[in-house]
Design a protein. Structure first.
Length: 299
């Protein structure tokens, strides 16, 4: 036991009691007796020197300190569970994969295709986690990642799925209909929506197309992921820059339009990769082969 750290059983008993609001219900969930859970929680309070619950007859209520500690304990227990499942997956026990991926590619490209993978390999379960920034595989319990970069990550076996090619400006057709001017002059009338991960995209788009970039253009709202930006454009909040493969279906449906036919070329690509020193499981090899075939098909 680490010095000062309560044992896992006491923490589990406390977290379950806090979440369920009852020692009895916590005991049922943990397959323990009521008295065993009570003793665990009482011992934890004694060890910490802090009252975690107030007890009124048969009811228990978290104190302020107890509520704060319960949230922190729950977070660490959930992370421990994720780490355990990740270790099992990486050890090749069972046919399951945990893939880290950029969010909008997952929702617009990967997930719609996964049903085909499951029909082909029904015994391989694919779990997805969102990763919006580069990371080290040793710090996250994933088997592989689909990521967006100018070049493959170092120390990884990576394959390019496809080039991003270009960003295009789009707005809702209703918003463009309300704008008085058309063409380039319409741009000044619309709020420019930005991606937090691509803060200079609009400035680069204006420079590439030799348009004047006014200061107010850079002051628009910012969103963390493309799915938020899509929703904002659909709601008529402004105009956004999107990879063409993301906006294409919305343009075909008539909901989105390009106010001007000007684009921004992009050098980045979407890659699939995993550590080059990691032994490749059969499931990971099959998923990689399937991804390559999907990337070769028209978007």
């Amino acid at each position: 036991m680490r010095k000062g750290v309560p044992n896992l059983g006491a923490l589990q008993a406390f977290e379950a009691s806090a979440r369920l609001g009852s020692f009895s219900r916590a005991a049922e969930e943990l397959s323990l007796t009521h008295s065993a859970v009570f003793r665990q929680v009482a011992g934890l309070e004694e060890r910490l020197g802090v009252e975690l619950f107030t007890r009124v007859r048969r009811r228990i209520v978290l104190t302020d300190h107890g509520a704060e500690y319960a949230a922190r304990v729950r977070h660490h227990l959930e992370q421990l569970q994720k780490d355990t499942f990740g270790l099992i997956s990486r050890a090749g026990i069972g046919r399951s994969l945990h893939i880290g991926t950029v969010p909008t590619l997952a929702t617009t490209w990967l997930i719609p295709r996964l049903a085909g993978f499951q029909r082909q390999y029904p015994d391989i379960a694919i779990s997805l986690s969102i990763k919006t920034a580069p990371f080290l595989f040793k710090d996250f319990p994933v088997d592989a990642a689909i990521y967006h970069a100018e070049q493959p990550w170092s120390n990884t076996h990576s394959i390019r799925l496809f080039y991003e090619q270009e960003l295009i400006p789009v707005c809702s057709s209703q918003l463009l209909a309300r704008v008085k001017n058309k063409g380039v002059r319409a741009l000044a009338e619309m709020t420019h929506l930005h991606m937090m991960t691509r803060p200079d995209a609009w400035m680069q788009w204006y420079e590439h197309n030799h348009y004047d970039c006014e200061p107010h253009i850079l002051a628009g709202p910012r969103y963390e992921v493309f799915s938020m930006l899509l929703a904002a454009v659909d709601a008529g909040l402004g105009m956004g820059l999107f990879p063409a493969f993301i906006a294409r279906e919305h343009i075909k449906s008539g909901r989105f339009v390009m106010p001007v036919p000007a684009v921004l070329p992009v050098d980045k690509s979407y890659y699939f990769g995993y550590p080059d020193d990691r032994k490749t499981s059969e499931a990971l090899g099959l998923f990689e082969q399937w991804l390559v075939t999907q990337a070769l098909q028209p978007a």
